[in-house]
Design a protein around this ligand. Structure first.
Ligand code: AKG
Ligand code: FE2
Length: 268
């Protein structure tokens, strides 16, 4: 079967977000039309689950390049290419950092410390523990839309400082709007996260902390979330302008993921 989308079935992954697209074969070249169809699906659903993709790192990289330029990341690179990250975990029960609390991940959109953070991340499951190791996602358009009118007015025009120093002293920091408007759909989304957002610009430390904690709690209400239970060969592609994610550190056996991140523009 070729990688033509009309032969595939699309089902919703959850109420909050996500579409599952069966029957694609990403080892085959995709037509521009098929890529545009996937792009319209991700604009609508924010996250795509593409099961049964047995890809080498270079094939994953080729899929990533269909979506834009690829960024590198300060974490481990795959031996075949610097544009695929190799993310391995074992005995991760409560030992992971960087979250707000050592021992847990924190909810985040990827690399928001970067001046042009990735619009898409693709995560490809290569090896999974017998249980655990799910990834949770939260829809930040819903989070924005469910804010009170008073809070929407308060946040309008605010900017926040995001730091990358959890990855090393030379990793950059950036300032981005607290409410982000999606480049393709024009939909607004909340754009602050527990891993990297440290301060609302122009506020005292106390006022900023109180506001950020309120937003961190609101942004991940269970009604906004989808929890992906991985099967080996699942490829999940998500839009970092629309969703946050959280890698659940509750497994003891080995877990290996390959990852690509697609460069975006300056968040507005
Ligand atoms: O391993 C995971 O489930 C997600 C890790 C993560 O935060 C990422 O790949 O950006
Ligand atoms: Fe991440």
């Amino acid at each position: 079967m070729s990688a033509v989308l009309t032969e595939n079935t699309v089902t919703k992954a959850s109420v909050a977000m996500g579409a599952r697209v069966e029957g694609l074969n990403l080892t085959r070249e995709m037509t521009g039309e098929a890529v545009e169809h996937l792009r319209s699906l991700i604009n609508e659903h924010h996250l795509l689950v593409l099961p049964d993709q047995n890809l080498e790192a270079l094939e994953l990289e080729r899929f990533g390049r269909l979506w834009g330029d690829l960024l590198t990341h300060p974490s481990t690179q795959h031996r075949d290419t610097p544009h695929v990250q190799w993310i391995a975990g074992k005995d991760r029960m409560f030992k992971f950092f960087p979250g707000t609390f050592p021992g847990f991940d924190g909810w985040h959109s990827d690399m928001t410390w970067h001046s042009t953070p990735p619009i898409y991340t693709g995560l490809h499951a290569r090896r999974m523990p017998k249980s655990g190791g799910n990834t949770a996602f939260a829809n930040q358009h819903l989070a924005y839309e469910m804010l009170s009118d008073e809070m929407k007015t308060r946040l309008n025009g605010l900017e926040a400082f995001h730091t990358g120093k959890v990855f090393g002293p030379d990793v950059e920091d950036s300032t981005h709007p607290v409410i982000r408007t999606h480049d393709d759909t024009g939909r607004k989304a909340l754009f602050v996260n527990a891993n990297f957002t440290k301060q609302i610009i122009g506020m005292s430390d106390t006022e900023s902390q109180l506001l950020l904690f309120e937003l961190f709690a609101h942004s991940v209400r269970p009604e906004f979330t989808y929890r992906h239970q991985w099967a080996v060969n699942d490829l999940v592609l998500w839009d970092n302008r629309s969703v946050m994610h959280y890698a659940i550190q509750d497994y003891a056996e080995s877990r290996v993921m390959h990852r690509i991140v697609v460069k975006g523009g300056v968040p507005r």
